[in-house]
Write a protein that binds this ligand. Structure first.
Ligand SMILES: [Zn+2]
Length: 265
């Protein structure tokens, strides 16, 4: 184990010397292999809350937390989504990972998103960088506030969330600046303050990179669900299916799910 830690320390040293991305200021902890983010610190075996939606990103974040020795408590939200398929997937993934989970039912009766309102058309193969109709107003703020309350109540020192920069192209509450700002709220508005850390291990990763990390961690992608539509099998046409299939294709992997249409994008 010590040999492994020495190798990780060497990897960290090398990676920290790399130049930051052309456009993005990356945090010092940016590593190519986030499953080793925390293997050098003393927080192993401590509790964490993981926001689990049942998709690729949050499932990978859960397995990263597990890999780093955290006792994970999965928080799953039923916030009135178009379908409950992703909630079932999230529950299955939490069980597969051997982690306790809570499904929290909250209500957003004002809707304001195609994910909540069946009358609004779901986008297909979105190319523009505009905020899509699937944006749920202030969703990450809402979910993080609940996660923070849960974490404080069970003495958890971390909150893992699988947000990443590709979503930031469409969702303002996935941008790194949002998490930085929320950190201030957390530090000033809770009893534990800075003792709780919000961990966003995938923030600068692409979908393909996330899938490659997940493959190394044996994330059960066959249990995940990304499609915005419900049904027995994913449609393969909606925005979310498109980005998922593109990610698997770029990662050189076959998506274990069957689709209504060809997997070719
Ligand atoms: Zn779909």
């Amino acid at each position: 184990m010590w040999g492994s830690n020495k190798r990780n320390a060497f990897r960290i040293k090398i990676l920290l010397q790399r130049k930051p991305h052309k456009f993005l200021k990356k945090p010092k902890i940016f590593l190519r292999r986030p499953e080793f983010y925390f293997s050098l610190n003393k927080n192993m075996k401590k509790k964490t809350v993981v926001l689990l939606s049942g998709g690729i990103d949050s499932s990978t974040a859960l397995y990263i937390a597990k890999k780093n020795g955290y006792k994970c408590n999965c928080l799953i939200f039923d916030y009135g989504q178009r379908h409950s398929r992703e909630i079932k997937s999230a529950v299955r993934i939490a069980k597969k990972a051997g982690c306790p989970h809570k499904v929290l039912k909250i209500s957003l009766p004002w809707k304001g998103s195609s994910l909540l309102d069946n009358k609004i058309k779901l986008p297909e193969r979105r190319r523009k960088k505009a905020i899509p109709s699937t944006y749920v107003p202030a969703r990450n703020t809402i979910l993080l506030v609940f996660a923070l309350s849960f974490a404080e109540s069970i003495n958890a020192s971390r909150i893992f969330i699988g947000a990443h920069i590709e979503d930031y192209s469409g969702y303002p509450d996935c941008r790194p600046e949002f998490f930085k700002a929320f950190n201030k709220v957390k530090n000033l508005g809770t009893k534990f303050g800075k003792k709780i850390k919000i961990v966003i291990p995938l923030i600068y990763k692409t979908k393909a990179e996330i899938i490659k990390i997940g493959r190394r961690l044996m994330v059960p992608y066959h249990l995940t669900w990304s499609c915005y539509k419900g049904g027995k099998i994913p449609c393969g046409k909606c925005d979310s299916c498109y980005y998922r299939l593109k990610g698997f294709s770029e990662a050189g992997m076959d998506d274990p799910l069957k689709y209504e249409r060809s997997k070719n994008i």
